[in-house]
Design a protein around this ligand. Structure first.
Ligand code: COA
Length: 249
């Protein structure tokens, strides 16, 4: 498994998966996505694992897709295939996933929360869906799931204006279960994960399946449709200019 994603037992039945590129605010490059996909697959296959706890190193969840990778994909005429594979893995995982967020959760760092079963964040955590501002378009099933959990007006505000929003707003928008003291998201997330790990696993898996059943087909279809638009937007002059502006800083 790549160094950019760490997997370790955090408690009985709980595996902690940590996005680990702190010098890049845990930006997700190809190796990170591959690491996440492998970590999720390994946890799903391991009968001793009952719950996945997803977090980021260095007081940051993730700054989203690595913009250098976006620029390289655009130059090569490629789409975001490995990111889509990760979204497929996280959105179809059968075991419960708990997210513990500190610091920044940008782009896919925010949209992946829509696929986690529980999520907690430190009160200073900062969220952002800057797709339109970057010349891109929504991903991660967010164009379907965000209106569902946040309401259509809030979803339009967050996805169209793309301004940063705080943890209280994220909780109100249905992205979080709880806002906790800064620095205690992991501890709280682990406590929730341990509680889930102590539940009868078959019943828990069935509960998760039933909770997701009604939206599963629409989520899969939305992720695929968004991915087609996103791949085109990656090559657009608007996106190429936005990537260059970020990388020039
Ligand atoms: N892709 C590539 N590099 C990134 C990155 C990303 N998504 N996010 C941060 N980095 C890099 C920065 O360029 C910087 O590199 P440097 O040390 O060589 O200058 C380093 O990580 C630290 O980030 P920095 O911007 O200095 O931290 P900050 O605390 O001032 O700001 C963010 C943090 C997350 C607000 C800011 O980095 C940011 O806006 N990142 C881009 C987020 C984004 O648009 N993601 C794509 C979503 S689709």
């Amino acid at each position: 498994m790549s160094e950019s994603v760490l997997s370790q037992a955090a408690a009985d039945g709980v595996v902690q998966i940590t996005m680990n590129r702190p010098e890049r605010k845990n930006a997700l490059d190809r190796a990170s996505y591959t690491g996440l996909i492998e970590a999720i697959a390994a946890a799903e296959a391991d009968i001793s694992v009952r719950v996945l706890l997803l977090t980021g190193a260095g007081g940051c969840f993730t700054s989203g897709n690595d913009i250098k990778d976006f620029a390289m994909a655009a130059a090569a005429g490629e789409g975001p295939k490995v990111a889509i594979d990760f979204l497929h893995a996280i959105s179809t995982a059968k075991k419960p996933i708990v997210a513990a967020v500190e610091g920044f959760a940008v782009g896919i760092g925010t949209t992946m929360l829509l696929h986690c079963d529980l999520a907690v964040a430190g009160c200073s955590a900062s969220f952002r869906l800057p797709f339109a501002a970057l010349g891109l378009s929504p991903e991660g099933g967010s164009s379907y799931l965000l209106p569902l959990v946040a309401g259509s007006k809030k979803a339009a505000e967050l996805l169209m204006l793309g301004e940063p929003f705080d943890a209280a707003t994220a909780a109100e928008a249905g992205l979080l279960n709880a806002v906790v003291e800064d620095g205690s998201a992991l501890e709280t997330g682990l406590a929730r994960a341990r509680a889930l790990a102590a539940m009868p696993p078959e019943s828990l898996a069935l509960t998760k399946m039933l909770l997701k059943r009604g939206s599963a087909a629409a989520v899969a279809e939305t992720i695929a449709t968004e991915a087609r638009h996103f791949a085109e937007r990656l090559r657009s002059p608007e996106a190429i200019a936005a990537f260059a502006a970020f990388l020039k800083k």
